[in-house]
Ligand binder design. Structure first.
Ligand code: PMP
Length: 284
């Protein structure tokens, strides 16, 4: 099946889609991105994802390439053209194309917009969620503005590769103070020895996950208190449960972190409940 992408106002065959060699995304990773899940053909949490895109762009002083409503049309068009039932829409916006020079182009150039959509194997995520996944611990080596969803992902790429090579699904970054910040591409959660549900508070140290925010709001609605104090490897050692959250798969139970088996080594009841609750409420 021919796949389609959207590049700067045009729908093109993905195999032939391209940006300029002097695009600042390619030269400097001077751009941001968003990933929005597609479930049964519907965009999941679209509004919050576009809000975060606008925020990331404004932090880097890049303008929105098209109006929000137009972006919504493009996303839907690609879901339909690529016949995505379950999968994701990827949006990337860069500062645009200009002669290579570190400072911003002056006068400014139009931002580059690339949007793609693809299917994901939902059943394979469900299978992984049923058995639970492993997480590798790795030193935090990222920059001080992890709240911006920048395409500059080298530390995340290296951490994820280390995780894969160790047979793990995800890597958790351990900050110099011993606390876990987040995953290479997910937010990190724990049910600690006292039964408290914990995930680190939003700050410039982590990406403010949309799935994280939606799950926190579901927890509030269902009387589950969430404690936002950071957790350490010591907390992991005695934790009852752990899980990670991201748009593509919702909540994913974790059964091992580093050398520590979590609970009895099977997905815990709170992680499973949150996973079900999240997807059930996205379907309505
Ligand atoms: N942190 C990082 C570093 C991520 O890359 C992601 C996923 N893109 C997340 C957290 C989770 O964010 P979201 O729930 O919005 O997908």
């Amino acid at each position: 099946m021919t796949r389609f992408a959207h590049v700067n106002g045009r729908y093109v065959r993905q195999a032939a889609a391209s940006v300029h060699v002097e695009d600042r995304g390619f030269q400097f990773a001077d751009g941001v991105y968003e990933v929005c899940a597609v479930r049964d053909g519907w965009l999941v949490d679209e509004g919050p994802h576009i809000d975060r895109l606008e925020r990331s762009l404004s932090e880097l002083r890049i303008g929105m390439p098209v109006a929000r409503s137009a972006l919504g049309v493009i996303m839907r068009e690609l879901v339909s053209r690529n016949r995505v039932a379950d999968g994701l829409v990827y949006i990337q916006v860069t500062r645009g194309q200009a002669r290579r020079d570190h400072g911003f182009p002056n006068p400014p150039v139009p931002p580059t917009l690339v949007v793609t959509a693809r299917s994901l194997d939902r059943a394979s995520f469900d299978r992984r969620a049923a058995s639970g996944v492993k997480v590798l611990l790795t030193p935090e080596i990222r920059w001080a503005r992890c709240d911006i969803k920048s395409v500059s992902l080298l530390p995340n790429v290296l951490a994820k590769q280390d995780a894969r090579e160790a047979g793990c699904f995800e890597a958790w970054f351990v900050a110099p103070d011993g606390t876990i910040t987040e995953g290479a591409s997910s937010n990190a959660w724990l049910v600690d020895a006292a039964g408290r549900l914990r995930t680190r508070a939003n700050s410039s140290r982590i990406l403010p996950g949309i799935t994280r925010a939606e799950i926190m709001s579901l927890c509030r609605q269902h009387g589950l208190t969430c404690d936002e104090t950071p957790f350490t490897e010591e907390d992991i050692r005695t934790a009852r449960e752990a899980f990670v959250t991201a748009a593509t798969y919702g909540a994913m139970p974790v059964v091992q972190v580093g050398d520590h088996r979590i609970g009895d080594g099977t997905p815990g009841p709170i992680a499973r409940r949150i996973r079900d609750l999240y997807w059930t409420t996205r379907e309505s």
